[in-house]
Design a protein around this ligand. Structure first.
Ligand code: WTA
Length: 571
């Protein structure tokens, strides 16, 4: 067992943590009490997550506080106070209403991280509609799958990205409006709207937003979250991110990913923190400049980014004054012990690992400021969340034993449904447990350790990619008969996508064709979901029922034992 601790030295804390004593709070925590103490309610038990994120601050000293610092790709900057974000999102909401958007309608946002993305998201929630987010790397196939499955009524995008939608629009009969935010007409329409709005009074269970995410089989599924999810997001932003009023906070995630919604919009703003959003691409020097310029104190990023920074060395870090930093965190993939040690050398601070999923809606297991970091462990469950390692039947396994990582049903940000797939939703639960699909174990001190996925889901640079989507995209190419796709371990990206491709007879297996196939997926599916490695193969290993056995492809790739092949057709 790894017992490598980072003990926080005297003088470590620049701020008293919001959660000074984990064990006591964990033991006494009550969601009912948190609901009362931490959220703002309308009459009759009604709520709105967007109101809690932004508008409730307008009656406090935070009214004129900066909510959003924005910096674009070409060093453009903008800033907005809580009051300005409130008014703008009201105007956006009123505009959507004027187009006929009703409660529960799906309104999707397909934009880079520019301010209209944030105003749109909040405006959609304010009128009781359901917001969906889409990565700007998506191409027509990925867009079509999501917009069709959700029957989205409105899409908010920009001129450049809208071209990808034009190609599929004729196949989307429910899509009534495409709003282009960089057209002058759009600004005119927004300016015309009232800055006041009647914020929709929602039941805590009413749907607020949805995100498509990948599993092993089938197309991506629409994970739907309710308005009350903000309670989990708020509490974890307070306890885990440890946000204080004095902080300037930077979450590097995109709202196309749940992290960008929970901790760049809802949970972080409901704590009243000033946030930075940077819409540009990753570049180590630029990132350090931003940390310095905005005097970032709390920084939430991903292991891939940390590894990329690490690859550029410490000298670059030392050229910047990063003395404002006080709390570093990461999410999305295992946080390597080397990355924690490097953080200590480069910033004098450890990265705190956090574990959660699109489905859990908020951080579920974490390392807390008040605790020493057990290096390599994901930490302990967040207050109000009970985590366990269980077997297939839902029985808890003893300390030290590997099994399925599960959470006891019922925390506020547990996904509410899978859009139009109730049976699939039910399949996530065994007895009173939500099954995460991750394998892990728990040590004698109650820390959880990540082992790997129980399924074939790929994590490349922190992005979750379903092999089936990539396989389907490859098969669309005229030279391909079939394809099997796996995640191959990679130093920098965690995993890269590798495809095993069976070609039509007579097609030559050339390097040019490999490149063409990679590009084909990049152009039709998504910029981040393409295979970086392709191998031509005569035949794919399959079960007798015809399912591709990716586990065998993976074992072969890694030179591991192939395991049980009794259900295999032939290989
Ligand atoms: C993986 C939303 C190891 C895991 C935030 C999980 C992690 C999946 C960690 C969810 C971590 C996330 N250590 N693995 N700290 N955090 N994962 O929904 O496999 O895109 O099930 O993430 O990412 O992916 P999602």
């Amino acid at each position: 067992m790894n017992e490598d601790f980072f003990h926080k030295p005297k003088g470590y804390f620049k701020q008293t943590p919001n959660l000074p004593d984990y064990e006591t709070t964990y033991k006494n925590f009550s969601w009912e009490k948190a609901k009362e103490d931490e959220l703002t309610w309308f009459e009759d038990g009604k709520i709105n997550a967007a109101y809690n994120a932004i508008d409730r601050h307008l009656t406090t000293f935070r009214k004129n506080k900066i909510a959003l610092y924005w910096e674009g790709d070409n060093n453009e900057t903008e800033k907005y106070t809580f009051e300005e974000v409130s008014y703008l999102s009201n105007q956006y909401g009123n505009y959507f209403k004027s187009l006929g958007v009703d409660r529960s309608d799906r309104v999707f946002i397909f934009l880079p991280r520019i301010p209209p993305l944030y105003f749109s998201f909040l405006g959609i929630l304010k009128i009781g509609a359901i917001a969906g987010t889409l990565f700007s790397a998506f191409q027509e196939q990925a867009l079509f799958d999501r917009l069709e499955n959700s029957s989205a009524k409105v899409l908010i995008t920009n001129t450049e990205l809208s071209q990808r939608v034009e190609k599929i629009r004729h196949k989307l009969p429910h899509l009534k409006h495409i709003i282009i935010v960089d057209e002058p007409e759009f600004s005119q329409n927004i300016t015309k709207q009232s800055k006041d709005i009647h914020i929709a009074r929602m039941d805590p269970d009413d749907y607020a937003f949805m995100l498509y995410t990948s599993g092993t089989t089938g197309k991506p599924k629409g994970v739907v979250h309710r308005h009350l999810a903000i309670l989990s997001e708020h509490m974890t932003a307070k306890y885990v991110l440890d946000l204080h009023d004095e902080d300037t906070y930077w979450c590097t995630a995109d709202p196309g990913w749940v992290t960008g919604i929970a901790y760049e919009i809802l949970g972080s703003w409901s704590n009243g923190v000033t946030s930075l959003v940077f819409s540009g691409r990753f570049a180590a020097e630029k990132w350090y400049q931003l940390l310095q310029k905005y005097k970032i104190s709390v920084w939430y990023t991903a292991p891939t980014a940390v590894r990329m920074l690490m690859a550029q060395g410490e000298t670059l870090v030392k050229k910047h004054d990063l003395s404002s930093l006080r709390h570093l965190l990461s999410v999305g993939e295992p946080l390597n012990p080397e990355a924690i040690r490097w953080g200590l050398k480069a910033f004098g601070l450890p990265f705190h690992d956090t574990w959660w999923q699109t489905e859990t809606g908020a951080i579920s297991i974490a390392n807390y400021p008040c605790m020493d970091v057990k290096i390599g462990s994901m930490g302990k469950p967040t207050p109000g969340v009970e985590a366990a390692i269980i077997d297939e039947e839902g029985n808890e396994l003893p300390v030290g034993k590997e099994g399925n990582l599960a959470l006891r049903k019922g925390w506020p940000s547990m996904m509410k449904t899978i859009w139009h797939r109730h049976v699939k939703y039910d399949s996530y639960f065994v007895k009173e447990w939500y099954i995460s699909g991750d394998r892990a174990w728990k040590d004698k001190d109650g820390y959880f350790w990540f082992v790997g996925r129980a399924d074939d889901v790929i994590k490349t640079s922190g992005e979750r990619v379903g092999p089936f989507e990539v396989e389907s995209a490859l098969v669309e190419h005229p030279s391909v008969v079939e394809a099997g796709v796996i995640g191959k371990p990679d130093q920098l990206r965690g995993e890269i996508i590798k495809a095993f491709v069976v070609l039509k007879s007579g097609v030559k297996p050339t390097d040019e064709l490999k490149e063409e196939l990679s590009l084909f997926v990049k152009k039709h599916l998504a910029g981040h979901a393409y295979p970086r490695e392709i191998e031509f193969i005569d035949k794919l290993p399959k079960t007798r029922s015809g399912k591709i056995m990716r586990r065998i492809l993976k074992a072969k790739e890694l030179g591991l034992p192939i395991g049980d092949t009794s259900t295999l057709e032939e290989f």
